[in-house]
Design a protein around this ligand. Structure first.
Ligand code: GDP
Ligand code: ZN
Length: 291
């Protein structure tokens, strides 16, 4: 007999697959190894059912997206968290992560956390991102404000959290999953910690969906995008592209640029445009380097 399910974690060659009937402990068929495919948390699979809730993974369904580091597939929502208190917001990091999400065919959402400490700043930042076309959640992990709305939104989806150390990702997860104490730390302790923590991802059930628990999402880098393609990943640029004086305008140094005009008249947020030029110049350098 075969059945279908989703991999919630993989440990030491075993994959734990949630199906309607329960959780199956499965091995992957040799064929996957031969074809260099590793099953990932988030993969939808067909399994051959063996006695005692054991099984073999027969087939991995096509993926909507996947990350290698951290290893996870089929992410629906990438929540990019930043704090309006300490650590202070780093718009270029938020904007870089949103580019990575869009490039990976997953939707970025913004969480503004620590609103209990600075409500005015949270309004300003939320304007920036709403104007840019993102859905924004204002949250406080201390008072739990906004957390129910977040849980409602996660219904039936695979979500992950990303953002700088100290912004409150673990604290928000603890609010969402009170039965599962994750370690939170004070900000200064956390910043000193190694950036590239490698750990298996575990999908934790929440509201008919899952949260992918991995600290590795904070250190993602942009890949597979050239400097000139970057503009496609700033959704609010779209309606201006094509109206610049020069065809193929990079919106950085050219005169009569519709994007720069939109920034000057406040239609595009300055911080978003600054992130764009910063990332544009970084991507350009990488390209020069590769030549
Ligand atoms: P992470 O590194 O993103 O997982 O951040 P943590 O969840 O460990 O939080 C870092 C620090 O910020 C901890 O001392 C938390 O208690 C504090 N913190 C997290 N969320 C909030 C919040 O909404 N309001 C306030 N005042 N403090 C928070
Ligand atoms: Zn332009």
């Amino acid at each position: 007999m075969n059945c279908q399910g989703i991999i919630t974690k993989g440990i030491g060659g075993f994959y734990y697959i949630q199906a309607n009937e329960g959780i199956y402990e499965c091995k992957a068929r040799g064929i996957f190894r031969k074809n260099n495919i590793s099953p990932l948390a988030g993969d939808y699979c067909e399994i051959q059912v063996l006695p005692d809730f054991k099984g073999n993974i027969e087939k991995i369904m096509p993926r909507k997206n996947f990350f290698v580091r951290p290893p996870i597939a089929n992410i629906d929502c990438m929540f990019i968290v930043f704090s309006v208190a300490t650590p202070s917001p780093v718009p270029e990091l938020v904007d870089k992560l949103s580019v990575i999400a869009l490039k990976q065919n997953t939707t970025p959402y913004i969480i503004i956390n620590k609103t209990d400490l600075s409500s005015e700043d949270s309004v300003d930042y939320s304007d920036v991102y709403i104007k840019a076309g993102f859905k924004v959640f204002c949250v406080s992990a201390i008072t739990s404000e906004g957390v129910d709305e977040l849980i409602d939104f996660m219904q039936g989806k695979i979500s992950v959290f990303t953002g700088c150390s100290g912004v409150g990702k673990s604290s928000i997860l603890n609010c969402i999953l009170p039965d599962r104490e994750l370690k939170t730390g004070n900000v200064s302790e956390k910043i000193g910690r190694g950036k590239h923590t490698t750990r298996e991802v575990e999908l934790i059930p929440v509201n008919g969906g899952y949260i992918g628990d991995s600290p590795g999402f904070s250190s993602l880098e942009i890949s597979g995008i050239t400097a000139i393609e970057l503009q496609q990943y700033f959704p609010e640029f779209e309606k201006y592209i094509g109206s610049c004086r020069f065809r193929g305008c990079s919106h950085v140094n050219e005169p009569d640029c519709s994007i720069k005009n939109a920034v000057a008249s406040g239609l595009i947020a300055k911080s978003r445009y600054d992130s764009y030029t910063l990332l544009y110049n970084q991507l350009k350098e990488i390209k020069e380097w590769d030549k």
